[in-house]
Design a protein around this ligand. Sequence first.
Ligand code: PLP
Length: 365
Amino acid sequence: MMEALTETYGNPSGAHRLAREANRRVDAARASLAESFGITPGNIVFTSGGTEADSMAIHGSLRRLADRGTPGVAVCSAVEHHAVLEPVEFTGGRVVAVDANGVLDLDHLGVVLAELNEKQVPVAVVSIMAANNETGVIQPVIEASRIVRELAPDALIHSDAVQFSAWRDTSDIAAAVDLMSVSAHKIGGPKGIGFLAVGTGVTLPAIQMGGGQERGRRGGTHNVPGIVAMAAAAQVMVAERSETVERVENLRDRLINDVLAGAAGAFVTGAGADRLPNIAHFCLPGIESEPLLFMLEKNDVMASAASSCSSGAQQVSHVLAAMGITGSDAPGALRLSLGRDSTKDDVDAAARSVVEVVDRIRSRG
Ligand code: PLP
């Protein structure tokens, strides 16, 4: 990344030597990323991150049908990241339910697609995330894609693999869907860079136009330092993945056990589902997330709620609401995420801190 910032700083769209050198770096990064994610280099469309990739997938798919004179709707799961959910809802799309573990309800997906079929409403895109960012719950993307291919064969299938891609191989998902979003800062790379993988033969109209970069699929000067850094981060991630996953999962389980043992009434959200190894998401009945997070931060524990908070001071999480964790019983939500550098001391300190803060809040009544 430093080399791209200081030496190969040409604009890869230009014609002179510095530009050509920058272009070579982008091409090499594209090839390396394709290998890391089990896709084809030409399928990668670089974006400013996961949000833009998601937006491009939803709006681009809608434009694709509108351009053919048969406008359609977008469909997504109720637990998508806002980067998917908001464009789907904004454009009048349909949302598919999840069960109490936060796993996509495949029967409901079938019902929604059948209803749209009956009303002769074309489906532009169905978007099912690979893993949820609040709970870590993994979604049945491949099973969902079979249902979509059967009931809405003209629809594109998109999967937001922003969280999933750091921890599990994306090849099978990439092969099953038409569009897949990835963001560098979830795999150890810098913020502000990502890509949308657009399947071979899939034509997705550009949303960001001008410049003609990325074969006309996304205009704008390439973020060369970000692109090369994302490729380097992905190489490290893939090389170390199996060791990292095992180590982080053990630490995550240790953290969960200690919190459950020390904080009465606490439960793990989505505990019955297959989950990513790095997220420990708890609900803590009777505890409001805001003071909890504030007091944890004083102990140097940087957590998030993502957030089902009965005080109303924080927005209620649409993910927890979709799982049926709502209403006056809404417990405090706490998401503790681990990274590849997390240690046993980190998780022990975090667990001690959570238990101590919960005790303190409860004793204040
Ligand atoms: N999708 C998911 C599942 C995410 O977790 C995030 C970020 O946290 C995004 C999309 C947005 O990605 P970015 O921050 O690169 O815009």
